[in-house]
Design a protein around this ligand. Structure first.
Ligand SMILES: Cc1ncc(COP(=O)(O)O)c(C=O)c1O
Length: 367
């Protein structure tokens, strides 16, 4: 058969349609050390909040199969993915924008906000990769410290808003603290703030919680943008794929900032994301394993005078101020990669929740 666009699209459909979504039993973590591009004696990697079990088996299969058709552009897959995201969120396709990771989505929001001079408001500490870019584009940063229990101080953020505020960022749950805003409080905040300016809610970790996404609000509110990623519960961090949910008018403006609307994600990553969205068994199992291993880790850290903040995510924020040994030396000696200090006062650091075997090694290192 002579290849043409029509039968190529059919081929893509066959590949994806042929995927059987089997329930996941006993998720096996992919072997990293010694794999291509990873060093032989790679540390236990607990620094980037990745999913140690992913990508899902069905996503791996879809990605492997789609490699063969990577000589072609992936229009049909992209639109299938956008359709599926829309369906899953009860939204229309023009409420969705995809890009190469939610980092790129945050960047588009920053570019949109920076079209006018002014300031932006975020918590401190929070996920702030994007904020240097906002400053470079001329927005002034206003950082509002978290509360004593490491939550967003929404009343203080609200008070900090001026007529010059172009963007307010809420990371929910928050990275690095793992805390979550109460839903009612957050809804009131969004209702108030979006009357005045743009609010970006980053839901990178929402699927690890029992709190629903705010996605249903976007159709009524042009000033609310929700950022989501496939890097965390879907285990596709290296696939680089994320998306925005927003009012169609807002999505249209964000799309105007992309050189090619929805064109920044590879066919292979789209295939993986699409398969993963249909694999609830994988995401459910990731969530429940994460809860189990998180509880084990917190219980054992606290035995060593390490005060942990209750976490709603796949990482834990804790203070090593009262820990008897040098925490960072202990990690180094056991070839474990954590993070540095986020707050010097109180010596607060973060650890990603790996597999049970990895966290047993981590706990052994801090013993
Ligand atoms: C809160 C938050 N938002 C966004 C991102 C970026 O994710 P992505 O891999 O989709 O660019 C991260 C990554 O760690 C994150 O923690």
């Amino acid at each position: 058969m002579k290849p043409n666009r029509r039968n190529w699209l059919g081929q893509v459909g066959l590949i994806l349609g042929g995927l059987s979504i089997e329930p996941v039993k006993n998720l096996a973590a992919p072997q990293l050390s010694g794999a291509v591009y990873f060093p032989e004696n790679m540390p236990i990697w607990l620094s980037s909040n990745e999913n140690p079990y992913g990508p899902s088996p069905t996503a791996r299969k879809a990605m492997a199969e789609s490699v063969n058709i990577s000589n072609r552009y992936g229009w049909k897959l992209t639109s299938d993915l956008v359709n599926t995201i829309a369906e899953k969120n009860n939204l229309a396709t023009d409420n969705i924008l995809i890009d190469a990771g939610s980092t790129e989505i945050l960047d588009l929001v920053v570019q949109l906000a920076a079209l006018e001079k002014g300031n932006f408001i975020l918590a401190e500490p929070t996920f702030n990769f994007w904020s240097a870019r906002a400053e470079m584009l001329g927005l002034k940063k206003i950082a509002i410290p978290l509360t004593i229990d490491k939550k967003h101080n929404l009343p203080a953020m609200l008070q900090a808003i001026t007529t010059d505020t172009k963007l307010v960022y809420v990371c929910n749950p928050n990275n690095p603290t793992g805390t979550i805003c109460g839903r009612e409080e957050l809804l009131t905040f969004i209702n108030e703030v979006t009357k005045r300016t743009l609010v970006l809610v980053d839901e990178a970790y929402i699927d690890f919680t029992n709190q629903p996404s705010l996605s249903n609000l976007v159709t009524e509110n042009k000033n609310l943008i929700i950022a989501k990623t496939f890097s965390k519960i879907h285990g596709l961090a290296g696939g680089r794929i994320g998306y925005a949910l927003a009012h169609n008018a807002t999505i249209e403006r964000m799309g105007q900032l992309q050189s090619w609307v929805n064109g920044g994600v590879s066919l292979v990553s789209c295939a993986g994301a699409l398969a993963s969205l249909k694999d609830d068994a994988f995401t459910n199992e990731t969530k429940s394993l994460n809860e189990k291993v998180r509880q084990y880790t917190i219980e054992n850290l606290e035995k060593h005078n390490i005060n942990c903040i209750p976490s709603y995510t796949n990482f834990i924020y804790f203070s090593v101020e009262n820990y008897k040994k040098d925490y960072f030396e202990q990690l180094k000696a056991h070839n474990i990669m954590g993070t540095g200090l986020y707050e010097k006062q109180g010596k607060w650091t973060r650890i990603t929740i790996g597999t049970m075997a990895e966290m047993e090694k981590f706990i052994n290192a801090v013993k």
